[in-house]
Design a protein around this ligand. Structure first.
Ligand SMILES: [Zn+2]
Length: 130
């Protein structure tokens, strides 16, 4: 089931068609008007006069699989192209997921990656003798 033309409204930021559903906590949530049967994280169905939504990521969602009358949708906050990042970029901060990881050695020490050539002005660190 899809929201009809009266239920759909363009997003004020990006203009994509969205519709609003009432969550379990009685708040309005903007959802993409086009269903997302595979990746949608919200299950919604048309109630008497409004769409009702619940999260499929909630702790108890596994005990309540989607009903045949429920359709999966994506929260518009995930897909809105005009959204503003909640966290401004911090200069100098490197996000861990963007750090290039060296391949892990398999087995013995022969598999270790070759040491990068050191610049001439760098003194290699040596462990102090005890
Ligand atoms: Zn939008």
């Amino acid at each position: 089931m899809k929201p009809n033309s009266r239920e759909k409204t363009p997003c004020e930021i990006c203009g994509e068609p969205i519709f609003f559903a009432v969550t379990r906590t009685n708040e309005l949530q903007a959802l993409d008007a086009e269903p997302a049967p595979v990746k949608g994280s919200v299950a919604a169905y048309r109630g008497v006069r409004r769409w009702l939504a619940r999260s499929l990521l909630a702790a108890d969602a596994a005990q309540h699989p989607p009903h045949p009358l429920e359709e999966r949708f994506t929260p518009h906050g995930q897909t809105c192209r005009g959204r503003i990042s909640a966290q401004p970029v911090i200069p100098g901060l490197v996000v861990e997921s963007t750090i290039h990881r060296l391949p892990q050695p398999r087995g013995g020490s022969r598999a270790l990656p070759a040491a990068e050539p050191q610049p001439q002005n760098v003194i290699p660190f040596r462990r102090r003798r005890t």
